[in-house]
Write a protein of this length. Structure first.
Length: 613
C-alpha cells in the first residue's frame, strides 16, 4: 500500500510537470565547448595495473550505512521505531558491521546508538561516525561504551578543493589534525583500562578520496596508522570514498590499487570502498575497487544516500551471487526487505531497480516471453539429467532464490506475444498449449488488454482461456455424452453408437470412422447436421506419479450456419484416462461451436423421431 501511494504521487507530479509550459529562453544553457568550463579528471599513472586481470572470488566485509548516511539523506528521517526495525532487518540479512548513527549530532542518535549497543548480537560490530573534534569524539565513545564490538569512524576532507575552499587548510595541517583525532580516539578507547570489555576498531576516511592526489592519501593514512598502531588481528580500516564520483570506475580502481600497493603494513590494513553514484557508476566502481584490492564495501540497501545515492549493496551482493560467489548476505525474502526499506525510508524503490524492482523479473515483450518459456522447458529436461546450472534467457537470477514466484516472470499486456499467455496457462493450469492455439489465444489476449488499456493479471488470463476454449466443458455444456460403444466392422471401419443428453433429453447418436475419435466426430456431425472434421489433435501428460492426467486438444473444421465460411474451433479435455480426455476435448469443442452461434442446438423431438425411424 505504501508503494502504491508513492507511485501514484510520482505519477501525479510527473503529469503536473508536463502540463507546465517551459519558459522560452533566448540563449542556450549547455555550452557548445564544455572544455572551457570543465576539465577531465587527471587519472593516476599506473602502467602496471593488475586489477583488470583479477576476479571476485569471495565476499568482502560489508558495512551497511543505511541508518547513518542513508538516514541523513532522507527528506523525512526515520523515527526511532523505524530505525530499530531497520536495524533488526539488517542483522537478519547477515550484516556484521552496521554504521548506526552520528551520536554526537543529537540526543535521538545518541539514544538509538545505546539501543544498538544493548541489542546487537555479539558478532555484530556497531560503528559510529564523528567529526575530528574532541568533545564530539568523547560523546561518541560514551554512546558506544559497553558494546561487544565497536568502530569509531573519523574523517577529514583531503582533496585540494575541499582543503582550499572549505577549510583553508594545508596538507601538513590536515595530517596533524587527523593524527590528533586518532590519538584522542586511541586514548579514550583501546588505551583506556575501563574500556577493555569492548573490541575497539578504528576507521579513518580521507574524505573526497576520489578527488585527492593518491600520494597525499597514502601519506595522511600512513600517519594515522602510525598513531593507531593496528595489528593483523585487528586491522585499521581506511575507507577510501568516492565522496563525489568524478571519473570513470576504472580510474577509481587505479586509485584503490595505487593505495593498496603503496601503503605499508598492508596486512594490518582493511581497505574499504564507499562509492557514491553521481555518474551512475557506483556499483561498477565498487566491483572494480574489489578487483583492485578493497577488502570491504560500504553502502545502502537499494542505493539510498545523499544526492544520487550510495552504492546499492543489494545489486553488488546479488551480482556476485549470479557469478557463483556467495555474498554472505541473505536476500531469500527480497519482498520483506523491500517492504521495510520503502516504509522506513518513505521513498519507493524503482520498479526497474536491479533484482529488487517489481518489474525486473517480468517480461512483457513477446520475443522475451517466448525465449523464457523455451528456457524453462529445456531447464526441466537438463535437471532431469542432473544438470543444476541455471541457464534461462533474460533471467540471470532464478527468481525463486530471492523469494519470488515464477508467476511474476511473465506478465501480459497488449504488446505481449504468444509465449506470454502460454506461460501463464502452463503455470496456472499445467497445459502446454499447442503452437497454433498459442498464436490464436495471444490475439484474444492482446485485444482484451488493448480494450482495457492495461495488462491482464494471471487469473484474468486463465479465466479468459477457459472461456475461449470451453476448458473441459466447464463453461458451456449444451450437449453431453451419456454413454457410447465402438465396434470394429472391418480392418478400416469402426462404428460408434451411444447416447447424448440435450436439454434434459436423451438422444441416440451413431457414426462411422477409422477409430474412436473419427467415429465420434461423424456421429456428432450427424446429430448437428454439419460436417465436422478434425483439423488438429494433440495430447500430453499432466502432472506426475499417481496424480498424472492427460490433456487433449482438438481443433474441428466446419462451415458455419451464418455465411457458410470454413471455420475452426479449439476445445480442451482433461481426464485421468487419455481416451476420456479425447472425448471430453471433442465435446468441449462442439459446445464451444454451439455457444459461438455458428451452429444451432438440434431439435430434440426431431432427433428422437429420426432415431425411432
Amino acid at each position: 500500500m505504501v508503494k502504491q501511494s508513492f507511485i501514484t504521487f510520482a505519477e501525479q507530479a510527473s503529469r503536473a510537470s508536463r502540463s507546465i509550459k517551459p519558459v522560452q529562453l533566448s540563449y542556450r544553457n549547455m555550452l557548445k565547448d564544455p572544455s572551457s568550463k570543465y576539465r577531465p579528471f587527471p587519472a593516476p599513472k599506473l602502467p602496471q595495473r593488475k586489477w583488470p586481470n583479477n576476479s571476485i572470488t569471495k565476499a568482502p566485509r560489508w558495512l551497511s550505512t543505511d541508518l547513518r548516511d542513508g538516514n541523513q539523506s532522507l527528506p523525512d528521517p526515520m523515527s526511532v521505531d523505524q530505525k530499530k526495525e531497520y536495524f533488526h532487518k539488517l542483522v537478519d540479512i547477515g550484516f556484521k558491521e552496521i554504521e548506526v548513527s552520528f551520536p554526537s549530532a543529537s540526543q535521538t542518535d545518541f539514544d538509538f546508538t545505546r539501543y544498538a549497543v544493548e541489542n546487537a548480537p555479539d558478532d555484530v560490530n556497531i560503528q559510529c561516525l564523528v567529526q575530528s573534534r574532541e568533545h564530539l569524539i568523547k560523546r561518541t565513545v560514551e554512546a558506544l561504551t559497553g558494546a561487544k564490538r565497536a568502530t569509531i569512524h573519523t574523517y577529514l576532507a583531503t582533496s585540494d578543493m575541499f582543503r582550499d575552499i572549505v577549510f583553508n587548510m594545508s596538507q601538513e595541517e590536515a595530517v596533524a589534525k587527523a593524527v590528533e583525532a586518532t590519538k584522542l580516539v586511541r586514548k579514550l578507547t583501546k588505551d583506556d583500562p575501563s574500556q577493555q570489555a569492548t573490541n575497539w576498531t578504528y576507521q579513518f576516511s580521507p574524505e573526497c578520496f576520489s578527488d585527492t592526489p593518491v600520494e597525499f592519501a597514502v601519506e595522511i593514512c600512513e600517519a594515522v596508522k602510525a598513531a593507531w598502531e593496528p595489528t593483523v588481528e585487528n586491522p585499521i580500516i581506511f575507507n577510501l570514498p568516492a565522496t563525489v564520483e568524478v571519473a570513470t570506475p576504472n580510474v577509481y580502481a587505479d586509485q584503490i590499487e595505487y593505495f593498496a600497493t603503496h601503503i605499508t603494513e598492508r596486512e594490518k590494513v582493511c581497505i574499504s570502498t564507499h562509492a557514491h553514484n553521481d555518474r551512475g557508476c557506483g556499483v561498477a566502481a565498487s566491483e572494480l575497487g574489489m578487483l583492485a584490492g578493497a577488502d570491504r564495501v560500504e553502502g545502502c540497501l537499494f542505493g539510498n544516500g545523499e544526492r544520487t545515492g550510495n552504492v546499492d549493496l543489494v545489486t553488488v551482493a546479488l551480482n556476485m551471487y549470479t557469478q557463483g560467489v556467495s555474498p554472505k548476505l541473505d536476500f531469500s525474502d527480497i519482498e520483506s526487505v523491500l517492504e521495510v526499506v520503502e516504509r522506513c525510508n518513505k521513498i519507493p524503490v524503482s520498479p526497474r531497480a536491479p533484482y529488487g524492482g517489481d518489474l525486473v523479473v517480468c517480461a512483457f515483450s513477446g520475443s522475451h516471453q517466448d525465449a523464457i518459456k523455451k528456457g524453462f522447458a529445456l531447464q526441466e529436461k537438463r535437471r532431469a539429467k542432473g544438470d543444476t546450472q541455471w541457464r534461462i534467457p533474460y533471467l540471470p537470477l532464478d527468481p525463486k532464490d530471492i523469494g519470488r514466484d515464477y508467476e511474476a516472470v511473465i506478465r501480459v499486456n497488449s504488446q505481449s506475444g504468444k509465449g506470454g499467455a502460454a506461460w501463464i496457462i502452463l503455470r496456472s493450469l499445467g497445459l502446454d498449449v499447442p503452437r497454433n492455439m498459442q498464436i490464436q489465444f495471444s490475439t484474444t489476449v492482446q485485444d482484451t488488454a488493448d480494450s482495457l488499456g492495461r495488462e491482464l493479471k494471471s487469473d484474468e488470463i486463465t479465466k479468459l482461456f477457459k472461456e475461449t476454449y470451453n476448458y473441459n466443458n466447464e463453461e458451456y455444456k449444451y450437449v453431453s455424452l451419456v454413454d457410447y460403444n465402438v465396434e470394429k466392422v472391418d480392418s478400416e471401419l469402426r462404428t460408434l453408437t451411444g447416447q447424448v443428453e440435450i436439454n434434459g433429453q436423451i438422444v441416440d447418436i451413431k457414426g462411422n470412422g477409422n477409430g474412436p475419435i473419427s467415429s465420434l466426430v461423424d456421429a456428432l456431425s450427424n446429430l448437428l447436421n454439419v460436417k465436422l472434421a478434425v483439423e488438429n489433435y494433440t495430447e500430453h501428460s499432466l502432472g506426475s506419479g499417481s496424480a498424472t492426467q492427460a490433456a487433449s486438444y482438438v481443433q474441428l473444421r466446419y462451415r458455419n450456419d451464418t455465411d457458410n465460411e470454413l471455420t475452426y474451433k479449439w476445445g480442451i479435455g482433461v481426464s485421468e484416462d487419455v481416451g476420456d480426455s479425447s472425448v471430453r476435448a471433442i465435446f468441449s469443442t462442439v459446445n464451444n461451436i454451439i455457444n459461438s452461434g455458428d451452429i444451432s442446438v438440434p431439435n430434440v423431438e426431431n432427433k428422437k423421431s429420426a432415431a425411432s425411424n
